[in-house]
Design a protein around this ligand. Structure first.
Ligand SMILES: [Zn+2]
Length: 67
C-alpha cells in the first residue's frame, strides 16, 4: 500500500551531487560537511560580515535573573 519507500533525492547546492533526503544525511541539503562549510563560507564572504553575534537571548535571560 505504501509508496513512501522511494527515497527523495535532492542535489547538493555546492557540488550538485545527488543527496538522499533522509535522517542519515546529516548535512542535507548538502552531501557532506565539507560542502556545507563551503556554501556557508561563500555566502558569509559575499554578504557583509556581522561583527559579533546578537546577544538577544542573553539579554533577556539577564533581565529575568535580575528580577
Ligand atoms: Zn556536495
Amino acid at each position: 500500500m505504501s509508496t513512501d519507500n522511494i527515497a527523495t533525492t535532492i542535489n547538493c547546492p555546492t557540488c550538485k551531487k545527488p543527496v538522499v533526503w533522509s535522517d542519515e544525511s546529516l548535512y542535507r541539503p548538502f552531501c557532506s560537511k565539507r560542502c556545507q562549510e563551503i556554501d556557508f563560507g561563500e555566502w558569509a564572504s559575499e554578504s557583509f560580515s556581522i561583527p559579533g553575534t546578537p546577544a538577544t537571548a542573553e539579554a533577556i535571560d539577564d533581565d529575568m535573573t535580575q528580577h
